[in-house]
Design a protein around this ligand. Structure first.
Ligand code: NAG
Length: 439
């Protein structure tokens, strides 16, 4: 159902990147925006009645949907710049939300913080069809700064999801594999990010957004929309043109609040914490992974399991929208076996939540005595903290928080880089990764 006439020119891309739409008298050097865990009491998505089993169920739905999304993205034979983006995406949304204000006057809203998406979109009145969300739906008729984008304009060509109607309106449609979709107008609007530590707040004017009048949410996500932070020109990061981005996601015991820092405040940690950032499909953040060790022994996994093919398929993606690291089937078997072997004194049990590959229900199980898993990125060995390797399921069993991928791609998930500062430096194409206090 890809209705899109794809307009995507390099010319437009360059123009957008060099136009920084900040409505500031003095140039803005950057800002930090608040991130909140979706299930924390501070979150607008917080459901006080949700049990651990409920939360596990919805995490499971999100995880499966997310895998389908990447599977589709990875298996599409199209090269970047062709119809890759018109392939159906999947609404496997992330665990953290980003709060911001929109319009004039400004109203509060939020979206899923998603480095794997390329558009900022939200449900919009009038709704031809909207799913339930926890705050009022944004109404562009009440905003003085809302402006629909015309066909043929630069803004209409920043995203590959767009098409033109006969009467010259610029529309977008993002279809998700699970049946979810969002469809509406491409518009420009002011977004205000409340800065978490700098100068109070920042107004970003003329930001290209997707205003969705027809939305289906089969994942029951209830988020008003998504804030895409991919490397594509249509994402938040792509549109404002800053060259540095960082974020740091705390574990639950360290609090549920965090921030994403863009521009000057972004933290790129020192050279021995850096690894190359590779380019690939969909503006995703690709890492160069050379191998994995468990309990000090390097696993015998061929490099090809982690490398992108010459066609740009596969590889290792760093993704804020995927909770648990996924390893391609050819490598996952070795990981699973090595962990089971190292813990052979315990008997593994099945995960009642059906989310993790295996669990332990044994009072003697201690995080401190589990084998250390080290990801050997190019020039950076990153040991997973035990707390980032194991998770308690709704029964309280300890489960391995790493899963087998449904396709030949790997994802370095959010749970595995909790309590670590993640820095993206687009000038030098590096990712820095260092454990820190995320507060
Ligand atoms: C952003 O816009 C709001 C609403 O007009 C205003 O109150 C605020 O001062 C602006 N922020 C900056 C930093 O200009």
């Amino acid at each position: 159902m890809a209705s899109s006439t794809l307009i995507f020119s390099l010319f437009a891309l360059i123009l957008i990147i060099t136009t920084i739409p900040l409505s500031m008298s003095s140039p803005v050097q950057g800002f930090a925006a608040r991130l909140i865990h979706r299930d924390s009491p501070e979150s607008p998505l917080y459901d006080p009645a949700a049990t651990r089993a409920h939360l596990a169920q919805s995490a499971r739905r999100r995880t499966i949907a997310r895998q389908n999304y990447f599977n589709r993205l990875m298996s599409s034979g199209n090269k970047w710049g062709s119809s890759l983006i018109s392939a159906t995406l999947d609404q496997g949304h992330g665990d953290f939300i980003m709060q911001y204000k929109i319009g004039t006057p400004r109203v509060d809203t939020f979206g899923i913080f998603d480095t794997g998406s390329s558009l900022i979109w939200m449900q919009c009145e009038p709704c031809q069809k909207c799913y339930m969300q926890t705050i009022p739906i944004y109404d562009p008729a009440k905003s003085e700064s809302y402006q629909k984008v015309k066909c043929g304009s630069v803004e209409c060509s920043t995203t590959a999801y767009t098409s033109c109607t006969e009467d010259g309106e610029c529309k977008y449609r993002i279809e998700y594999q699970d049946g979810s979709l969002t469809e509406g107008d491409i518009a420009t609007e002011i977004l205000m990010l409340e800065d978490d530590g700098l100068s109070g707040n920042v107004n970003l004017s003329n930001m290209v957004i997707g205003c969705g009048h027809y939305n289906l949410d089969t994942v029951e996500d209830y988020s008003p929309g998504v804030v895409g932070l991919s490397r594509e020109p249509s994402s938040l990061v792509g549109q404002i043109g800053f060259r540095h981005v960082s974020y740091c996601i705390p574990s639950e015991d360290k609090g549920s609040r965090s921030s994403v820092k863009i521009g000057l405040p972004a933290v790129i940690t020192e050279e021995n914490t850096q690894t190359p950032m590779l380019s690939g499909k969909g503006g995703l953040y690709y890492l160069s992974l050379e191998g994995i060790s468990i309990g000090g022994a390097r696993l015998n996994i061929p490099r090809s399991v982690f490398d992108m093919t010459p066609e740009g398929d596969g590889g290792v993606i760093m993704d804020s929208g995927t909770s648990f690291t996924l390893i391609a089937p050819e490598g996952f078997g070795a990981v699973k076996q090595a962990v089971l072997d190292a813990l052979s004194e315990f008997k593994p049990v099945e995960d009642s939540d059906k989310l993790y590959p295996f669990c332990y229900d044994d009072g003697r199980f201690k995080l401190e005595t589990t084998p250390e898993i080290v990801f050997h990125f190019t020039r950076l060995d990153f040991p997973l903290a035990a707390g980032n390797t194991w998770i308690r399921n709704s029964q309280g069993h300890f489960c391995l928080a790493i899963r087998e991928s449904v396709g030949n791609f790997n994802i370095f998930g959010l749970y595995q880089h909790r309590n670590a500062n993640v820095g993206f430096d687009f000038n030098n194409n590096i990712v820095s990764l260092k454990y820190t206090d995320c507060q």
